[in-house]
Design a protein around this ligand. Structure first.
Ligand SMILES: NC(=O)c1ccc[n+]([C@@H]2O[C@H](COP(=O)([O-])OP(=O)(O)OC[C@H]3O[C@@H](n4cnc5c(N)ncnc54)[C@H](OP(=O)(O)O)[C@@H]3O)[C@@H](O)[C@H]2O)c1
Length: 352
């Protein structure tokens, strides 16, 4: 057991016991036959690279549930673009290896430590911060690393509420005071974040001008959001913008997911307004990273709880519907990761 070492993932606080090389496998096998030691299956990587090269499904022994800890059975976890970037090593979060992939998901509490009062067995919970390592069947974590979500929302809703809807929510609440009747403009509007922006804005009485890439099947995908967005233009040309400008108030906020504040998808499209516009039109530019917001507010969990409660209530009332997801059995993870890297794909969610 000397080779046993406790690895704390530097960017989060999920504890796992990891064994190096063959010792890992042998000890996991021994642990399977031992009482009170739980084994999980996890998608583990030990170096950065393409997922096909570095990600492996392994069995891993879980640490005991300390008095402040919780054991969670992960039910569903999506594959987000940032998860792929993390595997590749191109994301600002660098895990300590061996690391378990996946940042978002929902789990059911199976066991709680004697000091835990915020959660009970049977509760659903989602990770508080990034780097949880959700692509696994079970996890043991500190109770403060997860927050409870209601069980009367859909499983896929619970699994995908912690990143994209939260990003949309923060960008609509923190950048610019918005009032009913105001207008927001965004590109990549058919993305999961974009669809959440449309619906959360609509609940605030704010109109959205949405720009999406034109393609043959866009109608199908777009229908769910068309009713919430007041203006959708598949190709928004200068002429259309001028016409729109006469019909609606000038946008108070612009969200650029292609080369802007919350994502740089396309290097060629990183243009910023001319200095003249910044000065004489008083335009402000800023970036946003949900992970940093969550880190900055870690000591004030009430803020995260209020946001998640508000988003859950929109889900419950039907004012927020999630993008259509593809449910993928955990064992078919390679397919889910491959698909996430292809253009025009729906969100793929692993079911454990
Ligand atoms: N900063 C943050 O805190 C934060 C948080 C969450 C997400 N994000 C980022 O926000 C983006 C949206 O996330 P998501 O999960 O909602 O993604 P998603 O559902 O997979 O959608 C991706 C979107 O990007 C568009 N797109 C991809 N490549 C493009 C290109 N070269 N030019 C123009 N549009 C392009 C896609 O258009 P098509 O459908 O036409 O392919 C689609 O609308 C991702 O890049 C993600 O990493 C940032």
């Amino acid at each position: 057991m000397r080779a046993l070492r406790r690895v704390r993932q530097t960017w989060g606080s999920v504890w796992c016991r990891a064994w190096e090389g063959n010792e890992h496998q042998r000890t996991a096998q021994r642990a399977e036959g031992t009482r009170n030691l739980h084994i999980c299956s996890a998608l583990v990587y030990r170096q950065n690279g393409a997922h096909a090269d570095v990600l492996r499904l392994e069995r891993m022994a879980l640490p005991p549930v300390d008095k402040h800890c919780v054991r969670l059975k992960i039910l569903a976890a999506p594959v987000n673009p940032a998860d792929i970037n993390m595997l590749q090593g191109t994301y600002p979060i660098r895990p300590t290896f061996p690391a378990v992939g996946g940042n978002e998901g929902v789990g059911e509490v199976i066991e709680v430590g004697s000091d835990v009062t915020s959660l009970s067995p049977g509760d659903w919970a989602i990770p508080v911060g990034a780097g949880f390592g959700t692509w696994r069947t079970e996890a043991v974590c500190d109770a403060s690393d997860i927050i409870k979500v209601p069980k009367d929302i859909s499983l896929l809703g619970a699994a995908t509420i912690g990143v994209n809807p939260c990003t949309a929510y923060r960008m609509l609440h923190d950048f610019q005071p918005l009032r009913p009747g105001d207008t927001v403009i965004q590109n990549g509007a058919n993305s999961a974040v974009g669809q959440a922006v449309i619906q959360i804005a609509a609940a605030l009485g704010v109109k959205t001008i949405c720009i999406i890439r034109d393609r043959y099947d866009i109608e199908l995908e777009w229908n769910c959001c068309r009713r919430a967005a007041l203006f959708c233009h598949e190709i928004l040309e200068t002429e259309s913008i001028l016409l729109l400008a006469q019909e609606v108030p000038r946008p108070k906020l612009g969200l650029n997911c292609v080369g802007g504040p919350y994502k740089k998808l396309n290097k060629a499209s990183q243009s910023i307004p001319k200095q003249k516009a910044l000065i004489f039109k008083n335009i402000h530019l800023r970036g946003f990273w949900l992970t940093m917001w969550k880190r900055d507010n870690r000591k004030d969990p009430a803020k995260l709880q209020a946001m998640v409660a508000s988003l859950c209530s929109l889900l419950q009332s039907g004012r927020l519907s999630l993008p259509r997801c593809v449910q993928v059995p955990f064992g078919d993870y390679r397919h889910a990761l491959d698909m996430t890297q292809c253009a025009h794909q729906r969100k793929h969610v692993l079911l454990m």
